[in-house]
Design a protein around this ligand. Structure first.
Ligand code: PMP
Length: 430
């Protein structure tokens, strides 16, 4: 594989961009080697600046549920562009997408569009604090909610990948209001609630975390959180930036039948454009300015191009629920195929899978929380990543990420992925 142009660009980029990238995990630090610079993407494929093609299993970290450069989304964007790129004023499309989101996502009665998942979670916490008049909130170890100051405490995803889950620049004053709990332990939540009686505004979590690699909620866990939050007047926030519109039309909350008070969304609602959103119960969302006193704003929020892409995507998913059966089948074939190959090779590694998300952990321990995820052999993961890349398969460049599959993965491509997996596992264990 020739990667001279990517190498040249990376060296040049480092002169002008910190670390040469605009988001840390992209630098490939955790997997060795240097990042590929991507020129274009189409369907299930990424193409780099050297002309290499890769079957890709990240899909821009989630949003490309139908594969890259989907003609339907492309046409919607081009059509919207003909009317101008930004107005900073209300539009018909943002009303339509808001209405559709409230129809699809069980917890959302009112919704505010923002520009990223980070903005969505920062805003949701502010609103929950304003609504309850309390300062503290609970977050789970290893869950990632973007790079807002108060979330960069035991954060997953890039933060753990880069080895700095607690970032300099986050003040002690900010950090003290973030209470940490291990995922999947109701007992830990009860203890925190008891020790901070009447002081906790919100409990935020990824209902199905993808940012410490994929883990699943224990039976009864989400229901238990719901009960505690209702009892204690704590705003339960599901961060469905990854799982929203992916695990089901209404996200993890629909799949597990547990309705939070607020939900944060992103990625898929932009169809690949920079979009996030937060929403929830009417009485909470009525606290948001200008309806209420909690300030939150954005010049580019509800951007007409982004709304056109997102609305097209959501309409399609809403009108074609069989997409989820398709996605789930692809997810099952790949994750079960990987587990079977591992078993046949006498390799005992954990594969977590739900719908079109999966993670292969280089540990034999069940992965149910951050502690168990961290028992993975990250050096071996790095070797696996490079072995797969060499065979034309582009994975998330970190052990602590989920993979996101798209409907563009045909049977032929699935077999290629499994073939590459087998060869890679043999190579890295020989
Ligand atoms: N929440 C979750 C669950 C995420 O996975 C992410 C990003 N991967 C975010 C929030 C932050 O979103 P963004 O990168 O768009 O700011």
């Amino acid at each position: 594989m020739q990667i001279s142009e990517s190498k040249r660009l990376f060296a040049h980029a480092k002169n002008f961009i910190p670390g040469g990238v605009n988001s840390p995990v992209r630098a490939f630090r955790a997997v060795g080697g240097e990042p590929l610079f991507i020129k274009k993407a189409d369907g299930a494929f990424l193409y780099d600046e050297d002309g290499n093609a890769f079957i890709e299993l990240i899909n821009s970290w989630g949003p490309m549920i139908l594969g890259h450069n989907h003609p339907m989304i492309r046409e919607a964007v081009i059509k919207a562009m003909e009317n101008g790129t930004s107005f900073g004023a209300p539009t018909a499309k943002e009303v339509e997408i808001a209405e559709l989101i409230t129809k699809m996502v069980p917890s959302v009665e009112k919704v505010r569009m923002v520009n990223s998942g980070t903005e969505a979670t920062m805003s949701a916490i502010r609103v929950a604090r304003g609504f309850t008049g309390r300062d503290k909130f609970i977050k789970m170890e290893g869950h990632y909610h973007g790079h807002g100051d108060s979330f960069l405490i035991s954060a997953g995803s890039g933060a753990i990948t880069m080895g700095n889950p607690d970032s300099p620049g986050v003040t002690v004053g900010t950090a003290k209001d973030t209470l940490l709990a291990p995922y999947n332990s109701l007992e830990a939540i009860e203890k925190l609630v008891e020790a901070n009686k009447g002081e906790i505004a919100a409990l935020i979590l990824e209902p199905v975390p993808g940012n410490m690699g994929l883990a699943l909620p224990n039976p009864g866990y989400l229901e238990g959180l719901r009960e505690i939050c209702t009892r204690e007047g704590i705003v339960l926030i599901f961060d469905e930036v990854m799982t929203g519109f992916r695990l089901a039309p209404g996200g993890a909350q629909e799949l597990f039948g547990v309705t939070p008070d607020m939900t944060t969304l992103g990625k898929i609602i932009g169809g690949g454009m920079p979009v996030g959103a937060y929403g929830g119960k009417k009485e909470i969302m009525e606290f948001v300015s200008p309806a209420g006193p909690v300030y939150q704003a954005g010049t580019l929020s509800g951007n007409p191009i982004a709304m056109a892409a997102g609305l097209t995507m959501l309409r399609f998913l809403n009108e074609n629920p069989q997409t989820y059966a398709e996605l789930n089948l692809i997810g099952r074939k790949i994750s079960e195929g990987i587990a079977k190959i591992n078993h046949d090779l006498n390799l005992n590694y954990t594969v977590n899978h739900l719908g079109s998300m999966y993670s292969l952990f280089f540990t034999s321990n069940p992965v149910i929380d951050f502690e168990s995820a961290k028992t993975s052999n990250t050096v071996l993961f790095g070797k696996y990543f490079q072995a797969m890349l060499k065979r034309g398969i582009y994975l998330a460049p970190s052990q602590f990420e989920s993979l996101f599959l798209s409907t563009a993965l045909t049977e032929d491509l699935i077999q290629k992925i499994l073939g590459a997996h087998k060869e890679s596992m043999v190579e890295i264990h020989s």
